[in-house]
Ligand binder design. Sequence first.
Ligand SMILES: [Zn+2]
Length: 86
Amino acid sequence: MKKVPERRCVICYESKPKKDLIRIVKPKDEGVSVDLTGKKAGRGAYICNSLECLEKAEKSNRFAKVFETEVDKKIYLELRDLIGSK
Ligand SMILES: [Zn+2]
């Protein structure tokens, strides 16, 4: 049986198939960005494709903690657009 690769959302800690999550990546020499291909090199984190998790992430600025760096607010806007369009 083929196993679907699962990743864990950094907000609700639920494991889900990769396609139900959005990857955020922090390449070594760049800022944090949304990784639409899921293949960008760097440290990655996943968030559910849900406004609920996004709002929690935004409120606590969770990605700044996850990546231990400052995160541009536009990341959250970008995610909001993405989630709203799916
Ligand atoms: Zn989640």
